[in-house]
Design a protein around this ligand. Structure first.
Ligand code: MN
Length: 204
């Protein structure tokens, strides 16, 4: 049922993913200033995953157009990191965004387990394999294990979003979540500009 499409360099023009897409990225590490963006994964929520491997010239006009399209909602888990990566390496503003991690923190106050694996298990009933998380995403060609891992991070985000939307609505926190999502580009800019480790809203 799951189908993986591996694209090298850019997303083909012919791929139509609709107006709500699940997105994730893989990079050389977790520091958006230091670590190069290597892979962008996309899914329309239909069981197909498009894995776009990027090379260091970041010459990917189709992908950039889609990710910065104001008519296309991008769903992420921990969008803060991914949109900082896109601002830094693709030089685009990736909006509008919907973050399943923020939504989980606002809706699932009965737990502190907000990682994608835990959220997916509880809300979708699927188990994720995280074995390839720390692999060399800068390699010339991605392995089948890497492609499978990368695909897994976007395949469930649509269903997770719907489940979290219902919970946010029930708890009366939908507007609060939307306001947080709107702030994310600014949060990503703060990360890139040196305020990554400090909370500018705190008293101290
Ligand atoms: Mn990932």
């Amino acid at each position: 049922m799951t189908k993986i499409h591996y694209h090298r360099g850019d997303l083909p023009k012919t791929v139509d993913l609709g107006s709500i897409i699940a997105v994730d990225t893989e990079a050389m590490g977790l520091n958006p200033v230091r670590d190069a963006l290597c892979v962008v994964q996309l899914s329309a929520g239909d069981g197909h995953a498009h894995i776009v491997q990027l090379f260091r010239d970041y010459d990917c006009p189709n992908l950039k157009r889609l990710l910065s399209d104001p008519q296309v909602l991008k769903i992420f888990h921990f969008a803060r990191f991914d949109i900082a990566m896109m601002r830094k390496w693709l030089e685009i503003e990736c909006t509008p965004v919907w973050c399943t991690k923020i939504a989980s923190k606002l809706a699932r106050t009965y737990t502190d387990r907000h990682g994608l694996k835990d959220v997916t298990r509880e809300l979708v009933g699927a188990d994720m394999n995280k074995a390839q998380q720390s692999s060399d995403w800068g390699a010339e060609t991605l392995t089948d294990a890497q492609l499978n891992y990368a695909a897994g991070d976007v395949l469930h985000l649509h269903r997770i979003r719907l489940a979290l939307l219902a919970m946010l609505e029930r708890e009366g926190r939908q507007a609060l979540a939307e306001a947080c999502f709107k702030f994310l580009p600014t949060r990503a800019q703060l990360d890139l500009d040196g305020w990554d480790d400090s909370d500018i809203f705190s008293h101290t």
